[in-house]
Design a protein around this ligand. Structure first.
Ligand code: HEC
Length: 105
């Protein structure tokens, strides 16, 4: 086994670092556009950008099945409260969940 890193390895490391920085919120520029989200100009996409990007990048609805989303969002709601971001109000929770379910995998 060799301890020298190949070019590919280095590239992989750099990508890993970028992901880490992004997750920790240290990246100078956060993704601003609703890039990658389905139905980008919908209210649902705006809600995801508003409530789901403080701690990580915008989650894609296709990450979960429609039936899984309620549980995931409940966990995220708890994260929001624990971390002091404030709960997502009921009036936004409905449309937000509808959007995620509608575009779930
Ligand atoms: C206060 C911080 C915070 C906010 C705001 C937040 N999340 Fe998360 N999210 C986390 C943390 C921490 C994890 C990793 C631990 C976990 O999965 O519970 C995570 C992980 C995830 C994951 C990957 C894990 C999985 O179960 O697939 C998804 C998807 C996700 N979040 C979606 C969302 C959505 C949708 C919203 C908005 C409703 C949201 N997050 C808002 C903190 C947050």
């Amino acid at each position: 086994m060799t301890i020298r890193m190949g070019r590919k390895e280095m590239k992989k490391r750099r990508i890993e670092l970028a992901i880490l920085l992004l997750l920790s919120g240290c990246m100078p520029e956060k993704p601003s556009a609703q890039a990658g989200l389905p139905d980008q100009n919908s209210k649902g996409a705006a809600l995801v950008m508003g409530y789901c990007t403080e701690c990580h990048g915008a989650p894609n609805p296709s990450a979960h099945t429609s039936s899984e989303w309620a549980g995931v969002v409940e966990r995220m709601q708890n994260w929001r409260i624990t971390k002091g971001f404030g709960a997502i109000p009921d009036k936004d929770m409905g449309p937000l969940l509808d959007y995620l379910k509608q575009h779930g995998r």
